[in-house]
Design a protein around this ligand. Sequence first.
Ligand code: ADP
Ligand code: ASP
Ligand code: MG
Length: 410
Amino acid sequence: MALVVQKYGGTSVGSVERIRNVARRVAKTYDDGNDVVVVVSAMSGETNKLVSLANEMCDFPSEREFDVLVATGEQVTISLLAMCLQSMGYQAKSYLGSQIPIITDSDFTRARIERIGDKKIREDLKNGTIIVVAGFQGVDRDGNVTTLGRGGSDTSAVAVAAALKADVCEIFTDVDGVYTTDPRIVPEAAKIEKISYDEMLEMASLGAKVLQTRSVEFAKKYGVDVHVRSSFNDNPGTLVTKEDEDMETVLVSGITYNKDESKISVLRVPDKPGIASALFSPLSAAGITVDMIIQNVSTDGSTDLTFTVPRGDFKKALKTVEETAREIGAAGVNSDEHIAKISIVGVGMRSHSGVASKMFQVLAAEGINIQMISTSEIKISCVIDAKYTELAVRVLHEAFELAKKDIKAE
Ligand code: ADP
Ligand code: ASP
Ligand code: MG
């Protein structure tokens, strides 16, 4: 008998019929003799609707109230799934994050899980109950509802699996694994059988939203093997696990894109100590994560500073930066919301050169201008005009020969 944690994403619970499908899968796992804890997302589209409501209500909704609102999507699906399982003759019980409890810090909209109480879950499991947990949400030490950032149900599932020392953590979604790139853009993308935590971490943080980045951090930290699978078939999926020797031989594992960032440039900033700190400290105080940064010193002794922030924080970041720019005597602020970050990821890059230059050549051949570049040991990212996103992903996927082998041979 194993303890299995299964997570079903928005599309998998997107309608009453699909919730029934999930219930049948959960019941089968239970009937096979396992203890089952299920984590579910809101029905697809519901969280977006709630976010729009908040933005319609006011320009800068309080983050505490925002979390109270957006956490409601998951309350609908846990109760529906539990009802369905009960109607099929199983004992099932739904839990909100606060009822488990899943304790987080108080960083609303992007809270981090600190502790998970396992007492109630263990008692219920002992008497044969299937547990249904609301993903994406937690509660802080003062009892406030918190959420874990978009896509956060993946993190809820991995964290629950780690806390319970589950034997298996399965993430069921609408694709049957992690692919060399988003299969919606490149249908020839190949499924990756096994991927290391580090590569998956880069792919997720660079835009492959099939797993939330924090879920992979959690999996790595606690050594949870994560199996990404489809809720619509029984195909073997992708195993996210510790790096092994085979993985090193793969030069490039995947191509990702991220359209969720925006670019801000501060122009003609005086070139003197303390300026970067004056600009970025208020952003960090406002909880805004800055991603890529470039700085160019011009001959007149001033510098242009360009950086990217998550699109969701764009309005807030721009307001903050405009205030600081005035204070430090910058010439002005430019911004661009229509950018995309295209990245190539692979642990094999540690020991091979030439990947970056090939990427630049491939983009140049299509007339795509590179606005910013950043690299790490196992990835290269370029910021480009968002309108070229699909084209860039397709040509890079082809240039690095990542397509399914059988299709390539045709
Ligand atoms: P869920 O609602 O189940 O959490 P998501 O929409 O968050 O599902 O994530 C699944 C989607 O991630 C897929 O439909 C796919 O379009 C997208 N995706 C992006 N990059 C990749 C990739 N490299 N491999 C697989 N899916 C990817
Ligand atoms: N419902 C939340 C979202 O749409 C969490 C999740 O689906 O993982 O972001
Ligand atoms: Mg998701």
